[in-house]
Design a protein around this ligand. Structure first.
Ligand code: ADP
Ligand code: MG
Length: 728
């Protein structure tokens, strides 16, 4: 039996899920698949794995020795939940519970419960389709409908069947699948007969949610960050103690607001010219206002930083967490009493016809708004301030969010499914099927990359490509990158491209970094700030110029310079700060290089002898070869300068008068997805992204390959090409 620490035992008994333990375990014993629905905070994630553990799952010498696997859509949730459950299990618990995320894991010989991202379990499935290591798998946060979760559920329905068949022949033990959701919207799983011919039982956990008062705004503001600021100030000044949780759309908004709020409600030692001796926590008019403990929470933030929201609040202050929808369901932040909801979120979208990616800010669904509001009623009665009117909410908010599989490119997924011997993807029991055009395009791209043969079957190359935790295109570039001893450089490039967001963009200069914020001079006048800003900008250009020395025209080679330079620096934090790079992205690039090199060594013997992160500068021959390899990998993403087209309305003479970022290009779609009509082979006009190395040059190459097309968020809405290399 488990001996839990007393205070945890008490807290645990108060969780609604615990009252249902017997019910839940009976259902699991009687069925291979069970669906559990319960509001966020009811105890699903922390308790259900423990129920299984106490029932003997994951323990040697039982009939269910295999691991208990728990998937999460986000890394931070996998890490924090493993640590929480480890603590709850008391003595020896830490050893029993481990986590595994992309670059790190803590699994050991005594692991019984393993938390992991859903991507990790998908990878494991392509290694062992029967998941023999496991006796139970919990797919958590299924309501989020991430691509990986959807696919996992589809694949797992088949694994369950196979494990059941083999168990009847006494060859393995059966496997249990538990799907958990924070909302009742699970009919895509329970009523989909292709997925589960016999509907799995649905267990509802009634949460003892405290009442939450919802306050709509009278008007809907487009300048919502300003409204958020005002609302938080008002709550902090006027309302009784209790944490504030703010939902915003992204990092920029969060860092802006964070700065303003910390400035408005500083801690004592941060106050300008402070000679007030003490700041009592009371809030009478004459008193100095009590400080606000403001913390950011978004996924680009290092995991350790994200976990600070669990760290408690300095005495005499109020906690205020500025979050993206990370905090919507997967993390329960203790002590939240007020929620401020801007009603929007940033969503990655992908246009299936043009391949253009965009990050669009739009209304969340009514279901998400309800989840957000619910975060305030965990500890006691709560309040949710919605910064939009009830009319807008009723009229414009969709009921539910669109599943991710309908919004994202899926070639990586298709390759992964083919590697699991799922040959006819159209027959796969998707909870929500992707559209046919998207599937066709993915299969065509994979065929073009050589991963599939013309019949759609996995090739040997495709099999090797799937070993890499990379998009199929990047795997392909790796595989063709073995000339002139370029491979180590190609690995570095592909790793950085794959991690993405290495550079801090110019327009983010003034708001970058959390760590720096606290130390920034506060008592400075505006003039001083202006000089500071000008100085920073100068520094910024200097850093970028320094990385352009390998090649003046290729963003990809600039990226290579950065990755290589990073490895020669002793103090990587300082290096990233002074060169305007994202430390987290650089650290991940480093780890990914290591991981890719290891996979190359294992699967392509003789190609790479060892991994040395420190690379000498590439020779001139190598620079040329690298550009060619990259161009070859992206040759279906090539753009031609518009004036070069036959009968073009654009004239070369127009170009010289323009800024490079204003010169129109046309994309050529190599794949014949479009009608055979000649005009239709051309995409819309696209433009060089201002962050490109080319933007500071006066030349505009005839042909370019790009790694992505992004629709600009500005009013012009121009489609811009990012990370380019000229084709020579
Ligand atoms: P669910 O998965 O149903 O949303 P959880 O199991 O995540 O619920 O959380 C149940 C409760 O456990 C929360 O309400 C919270 O009080 C507590 N809890 C969870 N994680 C932590 C943590 N890292 N630190 C402190 N308390 C936590
Ligand atoms: Mg949960």
């Amino acid at each position: 039996a488990v001996e839990r620490p007393i205070e945890m035992q008490t807290a645990r008994l108060a969780l609604p899920v615990v009252a249902e333990e017997q019910h839940i375990m009976e259902a699991i014993n009687a069925n291979d698949c069970v669906v559990i629905c319960g509001e966020t905070g009811s105890g699903k994630t922390t308790q259900v794995p423990q129920f299984l553990y106490e029932a003997g799952y994951g323990s040697p010498n039982t009939s269910t020795p295999g691991l208990i696997g728990v998937t999460q859509p986000r890394r931070v949730a996998a890490v924090s939940m493993a640590s929480r459950v480890g603590e709850e299990l008391g003595h020896g618990g830490k050893e029993k519970v481990s986590y595994q995320i992309r670059f790190e894991g803590t699994a050991g010989p005594n692991t019984a419960i393993k938390f992991m991202t859903d991507g990790i379990l998908l990878r494991e499935l392509s290694e062992d389709f029967l998941l023999r290591k496991y006796s139970a798998v919990i797919i958590d946060e299924a309501h989020e409908r991430s691509i990986n979760t959807d696919i996992l559920i589809g694949v797992m329905s088949r694994v369950l069947k196979l494990r059941r068949e083999l168990a009847e022949k006494d060859e393995t033990k059966p496997l249990k699948l538990i799907i958990m959701s924070a909302t009742l919207r699970v009919s895509d799983f329970t009523e989909n007969q292709r997925l589960f011919p016999i509907a799995p039982p649905l267990l509802k956990v009634e949460a003892r949610q405290h009442p939450v008062s919802i306050h709509f705004s009278r008007r809907t503001f487009s300048e919502y960050p300003e409204e958020v600021y005002k609302k938080v100030c008002k709550i902090h000044r006027r309302l009784p103690p209790g944490g504030i949780l703010v939902f915003l759309t992204g990092q920029n908004e969060i860092t802006h607001l964070l700065k303003r709020l910390r400035k408005a409600f500083p801690f004592k030692d941060e106050r300008q010219g402070s000679n007030s001796t003490s700041a009592p926590p009371s809030m009478s008019a004459e008193d100095v206002e009590s400080p606000l403990h403001v913390l950011p929470l978004y996924s680009l933030l290092p995991t350790k930083e994200q976990l600070r929201v669990f760290g408690g609040v300095p005495e005499g202050s109020r906690m205020c967490v500025l979050a993206t929808n990370v905090a919507e369901t997967s993390l329960t932040i203790p002590g939240i009493r007020y929620v401020v909801d801007c009603g929007r979120s940033k969503e990655r979208n992908h246009d299936k016809t043009t391949g253009v990616q965009s990050f669009d800010i739009g209304w969340v669904s009514k279901a998400s708004a309800a989840q957000r509001a619910g975060r305030s009623g965990r500890t006691g009665p709560g309040h949710c301030y919605r910064l939009y009117s009830s009319a807008v909410y009723e009229r414009d908010f969709p009921e539910f969010a669109k599943p991710e599989i309908l919004r994202m490119p899926i070639e990586g997924l298709v390759l992964q499914m083919k590697s699991m011997n799922i040959d006819t993807i159209t027959n796969f029991p998707f909870p929500t099927a992707p559209d046919r055009l998207g599937l066709q395009k993915s299969e065509r791209l994979l065929e073009y990359l050589g991963a599939l043969d013309p019949k759609g079957a996995l090739t040997e190359l495709g099999r090797i490509m799937n070993f890499f935790p990379l998009s199929p295109r990047f795997s392909k570039i790796l595989i063709i990158g073995q000339q002139h001893e370029c491979l180590p450089y190609i690995i570095a490039i592909v790793a950085a491209l794959s991690v993405g967001d290495v550079f801090i963009l110019e327009h983010q200069l003034d708001i970058h970094g959390e760590a720096g914020d606290e130390d920034a001079p506060r008592n400075a006048g505006i003039a001083f700030e202006d000089t500071q800003r000008a100085k920073r900008r100068k520094e910024y250009y200097r850093a970028h110029r320094a990385f352009s020395s390998l090649d003046l025209t290729s963003d990809v080679l600039k990226l290579l310079s950065v990755v290589c330079a990073y490895e020669y620096e002793k103090d990587s934090t300082e290096f990233c700060e002074s060169n305007f790079l994202r430390l987290k992205a650089m650290q991940e690039t480093h780890k990914l290089r290591q991981q890719i090199s290891k996979i190359v060594k294992i699967n392509c013997p003789g190609v790479l002898n060892f991994f040395n992160p420190k690379l000498p500068p590439p020779s001139t021959v190598q620079v040329k070869a690298l550009k060619q390899i990259i161009a070859a990998g992206f040759i279906d993403q090539v753009a031609i300068r518009a004036d070069l087209l036959p009968n073009s309305p654009y004239k070369p003479s127009h170009n010289s008068a323009k800024r490079v970022t204003e010169v129109p290009y046309m994309t050529l779609f190599a794949s014949a997805t479009f009608q055979q009509d000649e005009d239709a082979l051309l995409g819309p006009a696209v433009y060089i992204h201002p962050s490109s190395i080319l933007a500071s040059q006066s030349s505009h190459p005839e042909y370019l390959v790009y790694s992505e097309l992004k629709k600009s968020a500005s009013s012009t809405g121009k489609v811009r090409m990012k990370l380019l290399t000229p084709v020579t």
